[in-house]
Write a protein that binds this ligand. Structure first.
Ligand code: NAD
Length: 264
């Protein structure tokens, strides 16, 4: 149970990787953390580790809109307030477009895009109750230019980026900032088990840790005022380079670079 003056963050996909690193970073800094994931056993174990003063855990499949209300209610009962919604849960499918079954493409959209949409829509009335609340969405460097072998994943992240931009304008009237974080490859199970099939991973290497991403999320959440915080935050020098290049170079050059890095 929180002390109510404790700031709080609701984290999806908190059982592993980036979500877990963010949970540990915020709990260490004295925040109350909501740990939600389809892997209920793992978030409950993490919750025991962090302690009931610091955390609450529960099962949530972000793709199912009906599960959001109960998860947020459980969180609010324990935390009393929601300062940050961190829409982090996501999956990747790495394959030539036609080789992945259509259901896998749909599932990507259900989790990576509709999961964020479900969270934003359901949490809004609660976010409005906290002055200066923020939504931080996990985007990806793949939102900068569609990635072969990761086509639908890239498409979901580009959509998350657009949603972030639009809501950050719409929700200004509610004093809510909406921002996203764009890393390139991060050393988590997602990359080790799935994304590492891409030639681009071998070309560029995996240079980020989940803690690097957690540090960026912290920089967006921690300041008392959200004014002046960036809308999009690339993580690490490689992603920053691609972020700037994507804005400055023509599509034909971006296409050429993306194809070469992917071995096409
Ligand atoms: N790892 C990378 O290189 C990388 C790069 C850019 C962006 N991202 C994004 O960061 C986020 C986290 O990725 P990660 O690398 O930590 O992955 P991960 O696989 O290590 O962890 C993802 C977590 O999300 C959970 N999850 C999956 N589907 C879910 C669902 N439907 N509902 C709730 N929880 C669900 C999993 O159980 C797991 O605990 C994702 O959105 C991913 O797209 C990752």
């Amino acid at each position: 149970m929180s002390t109510r003056s404790q700031r709080s963050i609701f984290i999806t996909g908190a059982a592993a990787g980036i979500g877990r690193a963010v949970a540990e970073r915020f709990a260490k800094a004295g925040w109350f953390v909501g740990l939600f994931d389809v892997d209920e056993a793992a978030v409950r174990a993490l919750c025991d580790q962090l302690g009931a003063q610091r955390a609450v855990a529960g099962r949530l499949d972000v793709a199912d809109p009906a599960q959001w209300g109960p998860a947020l209610t459980a969180f609010m009962q324990a935390a009393g307030r929601i300062d940050v919604l961190f829409n982090n849960a996501g999956i990747a499918v790495t394959a030539p477009f036609e080789e992945a079954p259509l259901e896998r493409h749909h599932r990507l959209i259900d989790i990576n895009l509709k999961g964020v949409l479900n969270g934003c829509h359901t949490a809004l009335p609660l976010l409005r109750q906290t002055p200066g609340a923020r939504v931080i969405n996990m985007c990806s460097a793949s939102a900068l230019f569609g990635q072969p072998m990761l086509s639908t994943y890239s498409a979901t992240k580009a959509a998350v980026r657009s949603l972030t931009e639009a809501l950050d304008i719409e929700w200004q009237k509610y004093d809510i900032r909406v921002m996203d974080v764009l890393p390139l490859f991060v050393n988590t199970a997602m990359v080790r088990d799935e994304v590492a099939k891409m030639k681009t991973v071998q070309t560029l290497g995996v240079r980020l840790t989940a803690d690097d991403v957690a540090q960026t999320v912290w920089r967006l959440a921690a300041p008392a005022s959200a004014r002046g915080l960036p809308l999009h935050s690339p993580v690490g020098w490689q992603t920053t380079l691609f972020y700037v290049a994507a804005k400055l170079t023509p599509d034909s050059l971006n296409r050429w670079i993306t194809a070469k890095l992917g071995g096409h």
